[in-house]
Design a protein around this ligand. Structure first.
Ligand code: NCD
Length: 314
């Protein structure tokens, strides 16, 4: 399998990957193209390259993560970088050190790239102004999660051959979801039509300004959709009560085989994980290999993160 060497031609015009909002269509397509080459490498017996040999990658996760953290970890290692994942719960942050002091400490160790997930929207942007290396946003508050949207786009392209002209529904807690925001920007940019569906209390005001149609009824919102993206209720970002009960939420917004019938005949289901089975999605549907792309999303997530590290790590 031929994986292109690191060349200046594939470098991004921007130094950091902070959000899809800051990304041009050319940059997004470049990342997706690069990632395609890594899909088969990751399925082969020998997965190790030396593109990032001699480079140091630091993963800084302030919020829990399974998929994103482990795939950035694997991605860096497969490209030959030295990868250090900071255990934030054991770090000096627990002793009152600020994010910026931690950033300056890590910066003094000359990393080439820092991958950060943080509960505060904008933390990666702030970090990028304080360090000398590239910064990749692995999810900040409810703002953006660019690599999740890119891996979702790659998964759709891998299955449907394109994004342009598709109708995509994003369902659930739109208000608190960085995955929703990044996907709205990216899918719109790549030429899809996007519907967002959820209860009024979990819908940002003036969401239509983002270029989507908004629905509170699954039947109307799913009509003729090719892709149905389900979201987890972001309970950790909710202050106060947004919903009467989880049972009622499932009744109206949980994806079941019956509700999936409102979508296109060959519609496929996605979920960024972690899934709350029986809350936003029926458990059998989530595992149904004929319609669910959940495992493929995880697999292609590694390829997308390899592409991002290759492009942004200077
Ligand atoms: C998402 C996140 O962290 O925003 N998870 C992920 O990265 N796979 C979605 C979520 O936590 O619900």
């Amino acid at each position: 399998m031929a994986v292109p060497k690191k060349t200046s031609a594939i470098k991004s015009t921007s130094q950091h990957l902070l959000g899809i909002q800051n990304l041009s269509i050319i940059e997004s397509k470049k990342i997706l193209e690069e990632a395609k080459a890594f899909i088969s490498l990751n399925r082969s017996a020998s997965k190790k390259l030396d593109i990032l040999r001699g480079k140091t990658q630091i993963n800084l996760f302030f919020e829990p993560s399974t998929r994103t953290q482990s795939s950035f970890d694997l991605a860096g290692k497969r490209l030959g970088a030295d990868v250090m994942t900071m255990n934030v719960s054991n770090s000096a942050l627990k002793k009152g050190e600020t994010l910026m002091d931690t950033a300056m400490t890590l910066n003094a160790m000359h990393p080439d790239i820092i991958v950060i997930r943080h509960q505060d929207s904008g933390a990666p942007n702030l970090l990028s102004q304080k360090v000398n290396c590239a910064v990749i946003n692995a999810g900040d508050g409810q703002r953006e999660h660019p690599t999740q949207a890119l891996l979702d786009a790659l998964t759709i392209i891998n299955r449907k051959g394109k994004i342009e002209g598709l109708k995509i529904a994003i369902c659930g807690d739109i208000l608190h979801s960085r995955v929703a925001r990044s996907n709205i920007y990216l899918m719109n940019m790549l030429g899809a039509e996007v519907n967002v569906i959820g209860p009024k209390t979990l819908m940002p005001s003036s969401v239509e300004r983002l270029g989507v149609k908004s629905f509170t009824d699954m039947k109307k919102g799913l009509d003729k959709c090719d892709i149905v993206m389900m979201l987890r209720l972001q309970n950790e970002r909710m202050q106060g009560t947004f919903l009467p009960s989880k049972r009622e939420y499932y009744e109206f917004f949980g994806l079941t085989p019956e509700k999936l019938r409102f979508a296109s005949k060959d519609a496929l289901i996605m979920h960024p994980g972690p899934m709350n089975r029986g809350v936003e999605i029926d458990t059998k549907l989530a595992d149904d290999i004929n319609v669910s792309l959940v495992k493929e999303q995880v697999e292609l997530g590694v390829a997308v993160r390899m592409a991002c590290l290759k492009i942004y790590c200077k």
